[in-house]
Design a binder for this molecule. Structure first.
Ligand code: CUA
Length: 338
């Protein structure tokens, strides 16, 4: 009786856990809230497998409880009951049923696995995107559009995005839970798959393979736009950037200090992320809020913000060449890259 009373106290704990778990449905980063056809089909597979598991649990427990009650020791009963060993009919039944259940699960799983790894690289209706993972950031190239960008992947809705993914250093894994399952990026070996978004939103992406000190900070965004807005974005990326007069000092400092790694033209590649259109990106370095203050912090000492990343410190206090005013000028210039 005491034990029962003790266990009742666990109920509030479970109630709190229930509330916590209801938080597991963030619409921009949850496989349980699919926002595209690939994610929806994969969610269907999850539901099917959960249903089969639940069915097995319910049936097994029902038989278990029935047997417990039906064959319990009764009053006045003595000795060992009659022992039954082997029953061909039952053995066949409990071998065949799991085989059937596995078949029900296997057929759609195999079908979707092949479907979702379809190579759309030659499909003229698909948007081609090449992903290169770096410690600890993401580069996105649109080979047909002549655009290179980083951290924010901009895509149109209701169009297949044909991905070719590779890594520049160690193994990473490209994962946008709202749009579909993850895929590894390996050095020297391209992986191929496709995703599609059916809603306009800013989806969150993650690196899903332990890849070093800042693995947990290797975030990115997928910005899905209407087809018209996407075309407008492509045009704006290709248009020459007008640098305002108050950003020209910063532009010179950027050329002297940053350009050896960071390209700012539409299709430039470098050791670090291409910064064309940087002012419109949602985050800074994937994880910091995009504010001038955070940009100053980042340029002064990037290792402080993202351990293990390859950008050296530029602030004088961290041993770099630039004073606070020079860093402010560079931030002003970067904020003009719209
Ligand atoms: Cu890249 Cu983890």
């Amino acid at each position: 009786m005491n034990r029962l009373k003790k266990n009742w106290r666990l109920i509030p704990l479970f109630a709190v856990l229930t509330f916590l778990l209801t938080g597991c449905g963030n619409p921009t980063i949850s496989a349980l809230v699919p926002k595209g056809p690939v994610a929806s089909e994969q969610f269907d597979l999850m539901k099917l497998s959960l249903f089969i598991m639940a069915l097995v649990v319910v049936v097994v427990f029902a038989i278990y409880v029935f047997v417990l009650i039906r064959f319990r020791a009764r009053k006045g009963q003595t000795g060992v009951p009659k022992q039954v060993e082997g029953n061909h009919v039952l053995e066949i039944i409990w071998t065949v049923i799991p085989i059937l259940l596995l078949l029900v699960l296997a057929v759609p799983t195999v079908a979707y696995t092949f479907k979702h790894s379809t190579d759309y690289r030659q499909d003229p209706d698909a948007l081609q995107v090449k992903v290169t993972a770096y410690q600890f950031w993401w580069q996105f190239e649109y080979p047909d559009l002549g655009i290179v960008t980083a951290q924010d992947l901009v895509i149109p809705t209701d169009k297949k995005i044909a991905f070719e993914l590779i890594s520049a250093d160690v193994n990473h894994s490209f994962w946008v839970p709202s749009l579909g399952g993850k895929i590894d990026t390996n050095p020297g070996m391209a992986n191929v798959f496709y995703l599609e978004a059916s809603e306009i939103a800013l989806f969150q992406g993650k690196c899903a393979e332990l890849c070093g000190a800042s693995h947990a900070l290797m975030d990115f965004k997928v910005n899905s736009k209407s087809p018209d807005d996407f075309n407008a974005w492509v045009e704006s990326m290709k248009a020459p950037t007008a640098i305002p007069a108050n950003a020209q000092a910063g532009e010179q400092l950027f050329k002297d200090n940053c350009m050896s790694c960071h390209a700012v033209d539409v299709s430039g590649l470098g050791l670090g992320p291409n910064l064309n259109g940087f002012a419109d990106r949602s985050m800074l370095a994937g994880v910091l809020e995009h504010t001038p203050e955070n940009m100053e912090l980042w340029i002064k000492d990037p290792l402080e913000q993202k351990p293990g990343n390859k950008m050296p410190a530029f602030g004088k206090e961290a041993g770099g060449p630039l004073d606070d005013n020079q860093i402010k000028d560079i931030v002003q210039y970067l904020e003009s890259l719209k």
